[in-house]
Ligand binder design. Structure first.
Ligand SMILES: [Zn+2]
Length: 461
C-alpha cells in the first residue's frame, strides 16, 4: 500500500505497529515533532534529536518495535480507550479466542489492533496445545449463494455428560452459507430444535429483511418430524438432507462444530472454569468465531461479511480472567463495596456488556464498566495452588491485634486461646473450647508456664 505525501511534505500518523511503505528515500514528520526517514526506518524526536526507533523494511511494511513510549509531547494525547485496549500479542491471542498466527497478523494489519511489540517470539500457548486438534483439510467450497439466508446449514451437538447451570444438554447451530455467520441455541432436549428454528427464522428474517430459502441438515429425527417438515413446506423452505451415514455432505455444519468444540476446549484450558459453564463458553466461542477472519471468506470475518462493517475488537477481553464489575447499583447500603472479585464469563447477547461471575455465590452480573486483570485466571490459580496434605486447623478466634515479637512465630503449644476477659470487645462469637489441636511435640517439650492473662487478653481483644 502506498500513501502519497501531501504538498507540504508532512503526514500525521497515528501511532501504531506498522507504517505504510511510502518511498525508500522519503522523509516526513509525524505530529510536526518526529522525523522519519525511509530506506532504513528511523524516527527522531526533532527538538531533542533523540532516536526513538529504527529498523529495516520487512516486506511492504516497516515494523516498529518500541522500546519506550514516545515522549508525551510528540504523540497524540493518550485516550482511556488506548490505555485499556493496548496489550501484548499474547493477550490479544487470548482475547480473540486463540486464532492462528495468520489470522492474528491479518487483524493487526487491517484493523489496527493496538499490539505492544516485543523483540522476543511469542511463547508457546499451552491452552492451544491442550485444546486444538490437528487441522482439518480444507474442502473445496461449492458455495453458490450470493446473499444471506439463501442456504442455512444446521446440526445438533450433544448430549453432554454434565448439565449446564441452566440444565442444557445439547445445542443446535444455524449457519448462513453466504456469510458463515453462526447462531447457537442451547437445548434441554433434541425436540427443541423445531422451536429454536422458529425463533431463529423470525429473528433473521426480520433483521435482514429477506426469507430463508433452504435448510440443509442431516437425517436426524429432530429435523424429519412431520411437524417440522410441514412448517418448512408451509413457509416455502426447501429442505436438503444429507445421505444417511454421510455427514460429509453436511460438511459446513460439521466443520463449524469441530472448530467450535476446538475453541471451546481451548477456552476451558485457558479459564479452568467448571464444566457446568459449558454453555457460556460455547456461546463465547461462537461470538469469537463470528469475528475472526475466515479463510473461506478471503480472510474477512463472518460478522463483516454479514453486516458489512468490522466488529469492535477493542471490546474483547481474555476469557476467564479476573475482573471487577462496577456494582454500585447492587449495593444494599452505602458501605457496601463498589465491586467484587469476579471471573469474566463472556459477552452479553442482549446488551453491550460483559458477564461477570461471582464464584463465591454463582451470581452473574452484566456490566459495561468492568476492570480486567488479563494475567490472572482465578479458577486456574485455584486448581494449580498446592494443596497441603493436612490442612492446618482454622482458628475460630479472631486475631485482632499483632502478636508481640516473641509470639509471632506459630507456636501453638505456647499460645492457648482463652475466652476473652472482656466479651464486649470481641467482634466474633466466643471461641470454641479447643480451637487448636495441641501437636504431639508438646509431649516431648514441657510447656513453659502458662501465658499470663494479659497476653491472652491481647490476643482476643
Ligand atoms: Zn492459544
Amino acid at each position: 500500500m502506498k500513501i502519497p505525501l501531501n504538498p507540504s511534505g508532512t503526514l500525521t500518523v497515528v501511532l501504531q505497529t506498522t507504517l505504510p511503505l511510502i518511498s525508500p528515500t522519503s522523509t516526513f514528520t509525524m505530529s510536526t515533532r518526529v522525523l522519519i526517514k525511509f530506506l532504513l526506518l528511523m524516527a527522531k524526536d526533532l527538538p531533542s534529536g533523540k532516536v526513538l526507533f529504527h529498523g529495516p523494511c520487512n516486506g511492504s511494511l516497516f515494523p516498529i518495535r518500541l522500546k519506550k513510549s514516545l515522549p508525551q509531547s510528540s504523540t497524540q494525547p493518550s485516550t482511556p480507550s488506548v490505555l485499556f485496549t493496548s496489550a501484548s500479542s499474547t493477550t490479544w491471542h487470548k482475547r480473540l479466542g486463540h486464532p492462528s498466527p495468520q489470522a492474528l497478523r491479518r487483524l493487526v494489519s487491517h484493523h489496527q489492533l493496538n499490539v505492544l511489540c516485543s523483540s522476543s517470539p511469542p511463547p508457546l500457548c499451552s491452552d492451544c496445545q491442550l485444546g486444538r486438534r490437528s487441522k482439518l483439510p480444507f474442502v473445496n467450497s461449492s458455495c453458490t449463494t450470493t446473499a444471506p439466508l439463501q442456504i442455512i446449514h444446521s446440526d445438533v451437538w450433544g448430549p453432554t455428560s454434565i448439565l449446564s447451570v441452566s440444565g442444557f444438554k445439547y445445542y443446535v447451530l444455524f449457519i448462513d452459507d453466504w456469510s458463515r455467520f453462526t447462531w447457537l441455541f442451547p437445548l434441554h432436549c433434541k425436540s427443541e430444535v423445531f422451536h429454536s428454528f422458529q425463533k431463529f427464522k423470525l429473528l433473521v428474517e426480520n433483521q435482514f429483511d429477506t426469507k430463508i430459502k433452504s435448510l440443509r441438515c442431516d437425517n436426524g429425527g429432530e429435523y424429519t418430524s412431520a411437524v417440522f417438515q410441514s412448517f418448512l413446506s408451509n413457509n416455502g423452505i426447501a429442505q436438503q438432507f444429507s445421505c444417511p451415514h454421510t455427514p460429509e455432505q453436511n460438511g459446513m455444519a460439521e466443520r463449524k462444530h469441530r472448530h467450535l468444540i476446538e475453541l471451546t476446549r481451548t477456552l476451558f484450558a485457558q479459564s479452568s472454569l467448571p464444566f457446568k459453564y459449558w454453555v457460556e463458553i460455547v456461546q463465547t466461542s461462537v461470538y469469537l468465531i463470528n469475528r475472526l477472519p475466515s479463510s473461506s471468506l478471503h480472510f474477512i470475518s463472518p460478522f463483516e461479511q454479514l453486516f458489512n462493517t468490522a466488529p469492535d475488537y477493542n471490546f474483547l477481553r481474555a476469557y476467564g480472567c479476573l475482573c471487577f464489575p462496577w456494582l454500585k447499583p447492587y449495593a444494599a447500603h452505602k458501605l457496601d463495596f463498589r465491586s467484587r472479585k469476579c471471573v469474566f464469563l463472556g459477552y452479553s447477547l442482549y446488551q453491550k456488556g460483559y458477564r461477570c461471575l461471582d464464584p463465591t455465590n454463582g451470581r452473574v452480573y452484566v456490566s459495561r464498566h468492568v476492570i480486567f486483570d488479563e494475567n490472572t485466571f482465578p479458577f486456574k490459580e485455584k486448581l494449580s495452588a498446592p494443596q497441603p496434605a493436612n490442612p492446618p486447623p482454622i482458628p475460630s478466634y479472631p486475631i485482632l491485634l499483632p502478636l508481640p515479637p516473641f509470639l509471632s512465630e506459630p507456636t501453638p503449644n505456647i499460645i492457648q486461646p482463652t475466652t476473652p476477659t472482656n466479651p464486649t470487645l470481641s467482634l466474633s462469637p466466643p471461641p470454641s473450647p479447643s480451637p487448636i489441636q495441641t501437636p504431639p511435640t508438646t509431649q516431648l517439650t514441657p510447656p513453659p508456664h502458662p501465658p499470663p492473662p494479659t497476653r491472652s487478653r491481647h490476643l482476643c481483644t
